[in-house]
Design a protein around this ligand. Sequence first.
Ligand SMILES: *Cc1c(COP(=O)(O)O)cnc(C)c1O
Length: 391
Amino acid sequence: MKRLAQELEALEGQALRRRLQVVEAVLPGGKVRVEGQVLLNLSSNDYLGLSQDPRLVAAAQEAAARWGAGAGASRLVVGHLALHEAVEVRLAAFKGTEAAVIFSTGYMANVGVIAALAGPGDMIFSDRLNHASIYDGIKLSGAALERFPHLDLDRLEKLLKKSSAKTRLIITDSVFSVDGDLAPLADLVSLKERYGAWLMIDEAHATGVLGANGAGLAQALGLTDRVDIHMGTFSKALGSLGGYVAGDRRLIDYLHNRARSFIYSTALPPPVLGAIGRALEIVAREPEPRRYLLEEAAKFRRGLADAGLDTLGSETQIVPVLVGENSPTLEFSAALRQHGLMAVALRPPTVPPGKARVRFSLSAAHTREDLETALETIVGLAGKLRVSSEQ
Ligand SMILES: *Cc1c(COP(=O)(O)O)cnc(C)c1O
């Protein structure tokens, strides 16, 4: 085990070592208490504040009281409760697809669906900045991988032209988790149609946030029917846990038979299903929180840009500020924390070397006042620490 200690030390030396920190309490207004200090939480994926919504908590309690704490088996054995069935029907209606299937997490959904749909002899085309779970799914699938530069569709087209694989699968995040920018979905759809490829989109950060009823970017752009595989999670804006894949009936039937992370793992427990069902209902019916969130995020980005900070093409509630090297990025994050703001420093290998950044994520739980104060603090500290795109 000596090697492990050496590697940890090496990480420490590069300011790359990570450590768990205990959140002592989750407080109203999108705040947390850590080491006795109350912080505005600008690092959470709870974009609508639903994780703390009493209606979700009640639905989870009711489902537990009626169905128990666990599902008792995997879905294909006897774990597919009427509760799972009902939530999947609701999910398909929410997504505007024929059918849908729920996995235990978004990570498991990506790993399961990619490895089920592609294998040796097939070719997967993946945006460089796609989520790690997509890359793990690709590895597990055994298919060949072409990683194209972030958003570079010219390059993607060249790669498609060159490939003679039978199954060609293009995969992209719809909202990118690191920079909060958007995939050029309309152009991706044209490309995939022109080359007869399949298109899979990961709507983890768009579900609940974009689209008329919150279904995501495909809905916002009216492209639902032209995307083959819709993937997303309930663990971000929807406030609880679980991943999903939505699409046509054939796809979902196939996944029931071939997605190993679905087949060989216990069904999600009833309390979580209760929370998911309630969240889907709330999100579809209540557009106001996502409107507020996107409006506040636009103001926040403008404020940062006006102060000369580089927000790297963000168009959503995820707003990065580019710093550059690892140490000043950690310093910036630490200074923010001293001033009551919790924002994570993203460093390599999550981002390319020399492109370390602090990432802010906004929530509808944040008050306008807290966000205004936060913006002033961020701009003030960035000035003091000389974080600027014009250095
Ligand atoms: C968070 C995330 C996932 C994984 O979802 P979990 O439900 O947290 O496992 C997958 N894809 C993207 C883009 C994500 O941001």
